[in-house]
Design a protein around this ligand. Structure first.
Ligand SMILES: [Zn+2]
Length: 193
């Protein structure tokens, strides 16, 4: 499954942040516990329906208020566990309970094209279970795979799926190049009499 989504920075520039994981992408539909209401993307059930549709295709029905609340709770659990692992702290056991519970529900079924009737469409509960299972998968990989961006002034968290586990930046375009330019400048300063 492809991961990542578009962000808009303070200067109004659109940039693509691939967290490396469906669950972490879902976490970044909110403020990640930073108390920044302007980062919230899921204001109402319709916003959840739209986000899930973008990922999984047309849904069998729109998200209900109860499903929306469940999704927000799942998201909080995901961001709390991700933050703890990125900070080399122990995740909150209650957040783990919540994600385990959500992952135990039936997830999205794989679909083979070419049948005589339309394949069953994705439902909100199954989509949320798929997100929760992805969370279990990436968090099980351990804290060495869940990291903050390497830039001093960027706290974004990603899952490193690369074999050498060598990813450093939220985005090479955004933080990687910026940090390299700065390092280059400071080196030049040191070497200038
Ligand atoms: Zn960054």
């Amino acid at each position: 499954m492809t991961t990542g989504q578009w962000f808009v920075d303070y200067a109004g520039t659109r940039w693509f942040f691939d967290s490396g994981s469906l669950a972490l992408d879902f976490g970044y539909t909110g403020d990640y516990g930073y108390g920044r209401p302007e980062w919230e993307r899921l204001h109402q059930p319709g916003d959840l329906t739209a986000w899930l549709t973008e990922r999984f295709g047309e849904l069998a029905g729109p998200a209900t208020s109860a499903q929306f609340r469940a999704a927000c709770e799942l998201r909080t659990a995901i961001t709390r566990i991700a933050t703890a692992l990125a900070d080399d702290a122990a995740p909150d056991p209650e957040a783990i309970d919540l994600i385990n519970h959500a992952a135990a529900a039936a997830d999205l079924a794989p679909v083979l094209a070419g049948g005589t009737e339309p394949a069953p469409m994705p439902t909100v509960p199954r989509a949320l279970a798929t997100i929760a299972r992805d969370g279990v998968r990436v968090f099980s990989a351990g804290p060495e795979r869940i990291r903050h961006c390497g830039a001093d002034d960027c706290a974004l968290i990603f899952y490193d799926s690369s074999r050498p586990n060598a990813r450093r930046w939220c985005s090479m375009q955004r933080c990687g190049n910026r940090t390299k330019v700065r390092t280059h400048r400071s080196h030049r300063k040191e070497h200038t009499p």
